[in-house]
Design a protein around this ligand. Sequence first.
Ligand SMILES: [Zn+2]
Length: 274
Amino acid sequence: MSICLCCGPALLGRRGLLAAAVAAAALPSGVRAAPVSAGPAEGTLLDDLVAANRILYDQGVVDGFGHVSVRHDKDPNRYLLARSMAPVLVTRDDIMEYDLDSVPVDPRGRTSYLERFIHGELYKVRPDVIAIVHSHSPAVIPFADTKVALRPMNHMSSFLGTGAPVFDIRDAGGPATDMLIRNPSLGHALAEAMGDHPVMLMRGHGSVAAAQSLHHVVYRAVYTEVNARMEAEALRLGPVTFLSPEEAAAASKTVDTLVERPWAMWKQHAMGKS
Ligand SMILES: [Zn+2]
């Protein structure tokens, strides 16, 4: 089913909100109604989400941990995310629907990722974001844990712009958290700290990438890791000349039009292994 990206989801979202209000009115005070489903997501979107999980593993962005989500195509107030499991093993049946408070619509005994609040809270404050990756990709973490900024080494990583900001969980959660974004308030703090950046690093943890589509966010997550490896290598050689902010802005526009090429290659490679 094709649907207008501007008004269709909003209309369906209002219908869902009305249904939720009716359901909540029938409950005792203080008992929250389960979120209402936006209905079945488009099959191609589910297939893309499965492929995104496997590509991210295949490209070394996620391992047994990390996750990728996408907004529901029929309601911008819902998102789709696998149940708590290793990304490379995700199938269509593992995809769950959440509201933006990260409450599952129909858990059926399935466990949710502890850090799903990264997704819900970021979708709340970033209407431009359609898909999100959270990972602990290893080459990125040195830049989260030091004062060395992750900046674009070449045009392929130009989306990094003037450099990825770093979220320090101590600013929101105090000095002794377990480092996980395990509740809505930490998720909200992270989303606020990210501002309108496409990528943010998380001290002592990993990173978040956001984009206008699943294909774009997978691209950004992969090339954030690639850029981190290149930058660490360049820093060993000597002073680095990064892309200027103007070069990064211009290159980013071009690269945004080219993400289908690597997506097709990554998908064939990753899905060929299943
Ligand atoms: Zn994490």
